[in-house]
Design a protein around this ligand. Structure first.
Ligand SMILES: Nc1ncnc2c1ncn2[C@@H]1O[C@H](COP(=O)(O)OP(=O)(O)OP(=O)(O)O)[C@@H](O)[C@H]1O
Ligand SMILES: [Mg+2]
Length: 263
C-alpha cells in the first residue's frame, strides 16, 4: 500500500511480545522442568495497535504505567521491531526516549555530545557548528568536562535533550524523561517543543500531565493494556482518562499560566 507524502508515521496492526523471566532458584527450576511447567511466560505489551500520523501533527501519547507507551515509541524510533504488523516512518527521527541511551558512562559530557549526535545521525561538522548552542541549552556548567556516569538523572536528561533538539529531524519523540528535569528546564524544553511543532515537524509526546498535553498537542492517543483505547481530540482524550478533577475528588491546583508547572 502506498501513502501520500504528507503521511509521517504509519503503525499497522502492531503487536509486541516480551518474555517475562521469573527469578527462580535452581531447585525450583528443576522441579518446574520435571513437572513440565513453564519457567518463562510471554506478555503482550502491544496488541494490534494501528494509527496514522500526518506530517506536522502533535500527538499526546497517554495511558497508565505499563500500558505500552515507551514500547510504542521505541518501535517508532526503530530501536525495537514489532513481532506483528508494521511501523513505517518518513524522514529523520530524533528525540529523547530513555535517559542515558546513546551515552557512554566513562566519557565526558563533551565527548558524549559528539557520540550522541553521531548516533542521531549528525555529522561531526554539524555537531561542531551547533556545539556551543547545545552546551548552552544543557546548562550543566563545568560538569561538561566530567564523565557522565556520575551525572544526576536531571543532568543526563539535560544533555540528552539538548542534543536531540538540535538534530534537524522530521519527527521528534519525547518520552517522560522530561519529568526528571527541574522547573526552569522543563519550561525551556516545552517552549522548545512548541517551536518544533511550529516548524511543522511531527511531535510525539508521552505525558501523564493533562495541562502540558493540552498546550502541546492537537491529538491524543490513549493506550490501555497495549491497545488503543482512544484516538482523537485532546480534551475528550483527557476526559477519557479521567485525569481531570471531577466532583468526587478535591480540585487540583492548576498552575496553568506556567508552561513548565504541569508536566
Ligand atoms: N524489555 C522488556 N522486557 C520485558 N518486559 C518489558 C520490556 N519492556 C517493557 N516491558 C513491559 O511492557 C509493558 C509496557 O511497558 P512500557 O515501558 O511500554 O510502559 P509505559 O506505558 O511506558 O509505562 P510508564 O508510564 O510507566 O512509563 C510493561 O509491563 C513492561 O514491564
Ligand atoms: Mg514509559
Amino acid at each position: 500500500m502506498s501513502y501520500p507524502d504528507s503521511t509521517s508515521i504509519v503503525v499497522e496492526g502492531v503487536t509486541k511480545y516480551f518474555t517475562m523471566r521469573y527469578q527462580r532458584t535452581l531447585k525450583q527450576m528443576t522441579v518446574a522442568a520435571v513437572k513440565g511447567r513453564e519457567i518463562s511466560d510471554t506478555f503482550k505489551a502491544l496488541d494490534d495497535v494501528s494509527f496514522t500520523v500526518e506530517q506536522g501533527e502533535s500527538i499526546g501519547l497517554m495511558g497508565l504505567n505499563g500500558s505500552g507507551k515507551s514500547t510504542l515509541l521505541k518501535l517508532v524510533n526503530g530501536i525495537m521491531r514489532p513481532d506483528g504488523g508494521q511501523v513505517l516512518t518518513r524522514g529523520r527521527i530524533a528525540g529523547l526516549i530513555a535517559t542515558g541511551a546513546g551515552f557512554h558512562p566513562q566519557m565526558t559530557g563533551r565527548d558524549n555530545v559528539f557520540l550522541n549526535a553521531a548516533v542521531l545521525g549528525m555529522t561531526e561538522a554539524e555537531t561542531r557548528r551547533k556545539f556551543d548552542e547545545i552546551v548552552e541549552f544543557a546548562d550543566i556548567g563545568r560538569f561538561l568536562e566530567t564523565p557522565v556516569g556520575n551525572y544526576s538523572s536531571g543532568m543526563f536528561a539535560r544533555l540528552g535533550f539538548a542534543v536531540a533538539v538540535h538534530v534537524d529531524s522530521d519527527i521528534f519523540l519525547a518520552d517522560e524523561v522530561l519529568a526528571v528535569g527541574d522547573k526552569p528546564f522543563k519550561k525551556k524544553c516545552l517552549e522548545r517543543m512548541q517551536q518544533i511543532r511550529a516548524e511543522g515537524r511531527t511531535l510525539f509526546y508521552v505525558s501523564h500531565a493533562a495541562g502540558s498535553v493540552r498546550k502541546m498537542c492537537d491529538r491524543v492517543i490513549v493506550l490501555e493494556k497495549g491497545r488503543v483505547g482512544y484516538d482523537g481530540e485532546v480534551n475528550a482524550g483527557i476526559k477519557y482518562l479521567k485525569y481531570d478533577p471531577d466532583e468526587d475528588s478535591p480540585p487540583e491546583v492548576d498552575d496553568d499560566e506556567d508552561l513548565g508547572a504541569d508536566i
